[in-house]
Design a protein around this ligand. Structure first.
Ligand SMILES: [Zn+2]
Length: 192
């Protein structure tokens, strides 16, 4: 069976949706890509700063609250101080962190790196994503292979698209990755 690989590349950091005190309603906030560090007495607080897209009000998303400075190594602390881009990305793209700070996430635009193919070919497709942001597998497949919702649903219902491990392909979201089998032939079983 022919193997294909797709890789998801996010084109920006996700916006978050939360209540803005100044605007008086739920607004989209963008990541400022800056940390704020407060070291008072024996405790350390670290936040990632978000800005309301409408009024520019800032909101601090808690990364660490009242921790002992010695619980972070010096190198890590230094990365927070210089707003290290990779570290910003690590938090701003982390669904676990975004859930912990209690916000809704607006999925950023993404592109798919890899070869397209006909959904009627026999293909094993591995989809990888460096960051776990909840992309719907159905939209990803439909957009990349240019097929309609109806066509996609029919392929899934007919068992022409399956996943390893088996998931509900009409509803499931991509985590760090998924493997899909298109048009599996009975003689050509995928090896696990
Ligand atoms: Zn606002």
């Amino acid at each position: 069976m022919e193997k294909k690989m797709w890789e998801i590349q996010f084109l920006s950091l996700p916006h978050i949706l939360k209540y803005c005190k100044k605007c008086g309603k739920k607004m989209a906030f963008s990541c400022s890509e800056q940390f704020r560090i407060n070291a008072q007495r024996k405790y350390l607080d670290i936040w990632l700063i978000y800005k309301c897209l409408n009024c520019n009000a800032t909101w601090n998303a808690t990364i660490f609250s009242r921790i002992y400075p010695q619980s972070l190594n010096a190198k890590m602390l230094e990365r927070f101080h210089r707003n290290d881009k990779a570290l910003v990305e690590q938090y701003a793209m982390d669904n676990g962190f975004l859930q912990r700070i209690g916000v809704e996430v607006e999925l950023p635009q993404y592109s798919v790196i890899g070869d397209s193919f006909s959904p009627y070919e026999t293909v094993e497709l591995e989809i990888k994503s460096k960051y776990f942001l909840p992309i719907k597998v159905s939209s990803l497949i439909r957009d990349t292979l240019h097929i309609s919702q109806k066509e996609y649903s029919q392929l899934v219902i007919d068992g022409k698209i399956k996943s390893i491990p088996n998931q509900d392909l009409l509803k499931c979201k991509l985590k760090d990755g998924i493997t899909l089998i298109f048009n599996e032939k009975s003689v050509d079983k995928p090896t696990k």
